[in-house]
Design a protein around this ligand. Sequence first.
Ligand code: HEM
Length: 492
Amino acid sequence: RKPQSPPGPKPHWLVGHTFQVPQTKAWLYFEKLGKEFGPIVKLSLAGDDIVVLNDPKDAEELLNKRSSNYSSRKPLIYAGRYLSGNKRLVLLPYGPTLKKQRQAFHQMLQPRVVGSYESMQLLESSKFLYDMLTSPETAFLNCKRFSASLVFYLSYGRRLSPDDADLTEVLSILDSFIEDCYPGTHLLDTFPFLDFDYAWFRKMFGEQKWKEQAREKHDREVRFYGRLLGEVKDRMSKGEVVECFAARLWEQKEKHELDEESMAYVAGSAFEAGTGTTSGSIQFFIMAMILYPHVLQKARKEIDSIVGEDSESPPTFEHYDQLPYCVALCKEVFRWIPAAPGGFPHYSDEDDEYQGYEIRAKTMVIPNIWAMQHNEQVFPDPKRFIPERFLGVDKADELTEGHWAFGFGRRICPGRYMGAKSVWIGIVQLIWAFNIGPDYDKDGNPIPIDVDAVTSGINIEPLEFGMRLTPRSERHANCIRRMWNEMQNKIQ
Ligand code: HEM
């Protein structure tokens, strides 16, 4: 039989489903369609074919097993070509440039080497606890600072400047980049003919406004990431041993065949892709602990039984194997509200046929991670936070297994081993050190938390909610102060 188009809602004759797909939390709409039409759903957005995969089996077949066809990204004219100069890893089409950039990433972030970042993770985690102790009112920002510092250290081999200037700049670059990628933000991604370059047009009207703006943003990014990369080179040329991503890139410049602008973007990509996802996961963890206090108690009991109830220091990576419940808890954080719930759209290169369905070349294939991780058959009672579901199963001790929060196939998150360990160390140390509870209104009632109140974008974070983090005891508070003092002495 001739392959059929996958099912989906009736499109508008002119604009397809453009106005049916909501601008925010599209993953919930896609999940609903999955329940109505079956796990594979087809939509059309302003001329683009979109296939949504709501079942992990289909995602694994297409994005993992047939990855040679499903590992590209839709070319974005504004964000990809003009803003990123076709050098930003996350937007690169499948091909030699992507392979070179991913290879550089792999070298720095494969499981064999991520162990060497543990001391840096412990350093930043002790600062994180200290910030939560001394500035609990900025808890959200503390999470962000923790994750940004980690990836910054990994990329550039030094701590973020204490005045937060680099952090402010990267967060602003990131916010603007995410907005520029969002479907519908730039008309020319829907109507590519708007990207023209006629001398007569320029002469009469000047450069198109959007093009000028994209180039300005590009220059700002190249200046910022280029400066950070250049600083590492300077330190190396003074004979300093610098252990970081940027240093490896300088050492292996010829091998990776990357020009300096690409190197600046590669190191910057780690910073960009690793910050919001790691901090979002920790913020969702705090939310879960407020809503499910018995989970916090159970995890703390496990930790106390291993490090000792009167311990003067929190658990570290050496306790990992003895804390299976805390490992399961961390995996449940990745499953319960994944930091990138709608996945990152893959893009097909050639026509394909799957289960009697036709998937044409240049189709955006969206792995709906949210629906996969809220499938009742795989995860009963999916809305509830239940770490026990990850106990006693295959690969229970691996943080990145048993869920799909890190994506698929050849585009799977290259920072997943490090990112998962950062989240784990951050949360087990918080559990050890703090009581985590809701905030209260003036009448003494706990302020309810809305789990659905999240930011929109490719990766999400909860909107700020009230919380109270108080040290478990004066002993714990003293220990946090002492640890950060000791760490500071080590750095100096
Ligand atoms: C809890 C933390 C993290 C989560 C949940 C997460 C999740 C994801 C997801 C879902 C994708 C898209 C995969 C796909 O297209 O199928 C992705 C891509 C990516 N991630 Fe992560 N990530 C995390 C941390 C990190 C860290 C720490 C780094 C870097 C140090 C990083 C670097 C990247 C890069 C560069 C990409 C783009 C890969 C490509 O397009 O080929 N991520 N991540």
